[in-house]
Design a protein around this ligand. Structure first.
Ligand SMILES: [Zn+2]
Length: 296
């Protein structure tokens, strides 16, 4: 089995991205795993602090590990948006492969200092673990928002990305490049799309020279995603689209079988609904720069 680090290196060399999908139950894990196996591409599942609290930190780790081992398939687990060192240590000890240490709401210098300390502590505990740092403002909450927050002031600059990477020793970087957590109602309705600052992604990549993760990618224009991957994004996070598919699948299952009470007769519809979204995103992420249509 290849390590997650090797898988990122390969993705980088092929100009493709690895899909990262958040889970808070077995239904979503099953859907993500099945979609990745159908396409035969590596995949990362993420569990934020809230999601881990619901799933159980050690329990979700064992679930993912059992899939990886039983199917000999590259599925990895990320402790998404971990806001404190004790919480990061708990996930590292439970066997998570990757930690997003996110203190991006702090002033830059404090973010650097705390992230550096977290990298040192986590690597001492688990030398194989990957640690991601975050700078800039990409909002919070993978939910449906009424209005867009003003994220213009929180965009990451190439200079601060370079400094952050050099001083903290992170393995991967999550910058703010027009991306945003959650989706607006107009995006859920399919009337608007998120747009990304592709030039900024290229400029940050050139300066920071590190694997980069695009957070909050739900509802993003497909061509912008292709260009973002070509410009240097190696990992793409999708959560809100998955949650929306979960809810729509569940609503449809209840509407279709209003008297059904057997979970394993209702939930396959939810698996299918989530799986469709995940498969479409994985197909797009794994197409690569070479197959990208010409941009006018
Ligand atoms: Zn995120």
């Amino acid at each position: 089995m290849q390590t997650l680090g090797k898988i990122l290196e390969q993705a980088e060399a092929n100009a493709v991205a690895i899909g990262h999908f958040n889970i808070s139950d077995l239904v979503t894990l099953k859907a993500v795993f099945e979609a990745a196996r159908d396409l035969n591409v590596p995949v990362v599942v993420g569990a934020s602090e809230g999601e881990r609290q619901f799933l159980g930190v050690r329990q979700v780790s064992e679930l993912v590990k059992s899939l990886r081992e039983d199917y000999d398939f590259p599925i990895f687990l990320n402790a998404d948006h971990t806001h404190s060192l004790p919480s990061a240590i708990e996930a590292a000890k439970a066997g998570f492969d990757w930690i997003v240490f996110d203190v991006s709401t702090l002033p830059f210098e404090q973010n650097v200092r705390q992230t550096k300390a977290a990298v040192e502590t986590l690597k001492a505990l688990r030398p194989d673990i990957l640690v991601e740092g975050e700078i800039g403002d990409i909002g919070s909450g993978s939910e449906i928002h009424d209005a867009a927050p003003d994220l213009q002031k929180g965009l990451t600059t190439p200079a601060e990305a370079k400094q952050f990477v050099a001083e903290t020793g992170v393995d991967t970087l999550a910058p703010a490049v027009g991306n945003m957590h959650g989706m607006l109602k107009s995006m859920v309705a399919g009337n608007t799309k998120k747009r990304l600052d592709i030039e900024r992604i290229s400029a940050i990549k050139a300066e920071a020279r590190i694997f980069m993760t695009l957070h909050g990618a739900s509802g993003t224009d497909d061509d912008d995603l292709r260009e973002a991957i070509a410009a240097g994004m190696t990992v793409v996070h999708i959560n809100t689209e998955v949650r929306l598919a979960w809810r729509r699948g569940f609503d449809a299952a209840l509407a279709k079988q209003p008297d059904e009470i057997v979970p394993y007769k209702l939930l396959p519809q939810v698996v299918d609904s989530v799986k469709q979204v995940v498969a479409a995103r994985l197909a797009l992420f794994s197409t690569g720069r070479r197959a990208r249509p010409a941009v006018q």
